[in-house]
Design a protein around this ligand. Sequence first.
Ligand code: SF4
Length: 278
Amino acid sequence: MTLSVGRVRKGWVEYVFIHASTALSKSGLPDLDYALNPYIGCYHKCSYCYARSYCRFEEPRTRWGDVIYVKKNVVDLLRAEVRRVRPGSVGLSTTTDPYQPIEALTKLTRASLEVLLRAGFKVVIQTKSPLVLRDLDILTQHSDLVEVGFTITSVDNSALRGIEVRAPPPTARVRALARVSESGIKTWVFFGPIIPGLNDNSSTIEGVVEVARETNSTLYYDWLRYKEEISNFFKTLGLSPEKYVRGRDFTSWRRSVEERLQKICRERNVTCIPAFSS
Ligand code: SF4
């Protein structure tokens, strides 16, 4: 596939190759100075995904998962930007998965990693895809500058089937996480979102905590968050957004899940941290 093509359909997804104006953007996330998103939109199409609400392009936002913009000049932009800006930590990616299936062909994430790490930037990768293993050669050369996090919402492949519609199954993520960890790279598990009635039970929590323990990973957790763009998902779950955001039932639900999670982590010696302060 050539990166000069304007628009191409591959399976379920239409890829649109665009010229971006910048590669790095300022990150609003804790502990990250910059965000780098080589793609806009996400093939995995998780039903709970609110990343689309941060997307300023109408087409990938309204057809989330079915249209993906590919920033074909992102690596050229990045080469110039790393010479201009102060080195810092870069979230790769913050509003999509940097290992989209098309990354196997475009290699934009791989080339971006090379540029950033050679320039001394720290890179924090969050993914659901074993494709990250392809880049272990680069990552291990710079293991002091790299962290890799896998989102694992359950270790049971059937638990969120139909919700994480096209994401690699949890068992594949767990295997990939173990390989990254074994190669000496700092790893973490993102247990999120925790969804009422779906992955908040003790056996699911124990399964995810055990993965963190076995892979020597820190566990970050977060809750299902409401944005208008995912109101249909709330309807499917039978949740009232109003009550969910402000209701006492959900405040006490959160508290009780959090207590159980923290207790299980303490018992297994796993560092457990809320991903966001609110
Ligand atoms: S993998 Fe992440 S960015 Fe992609 S659809 Fe799922 S939650 Fe959204």
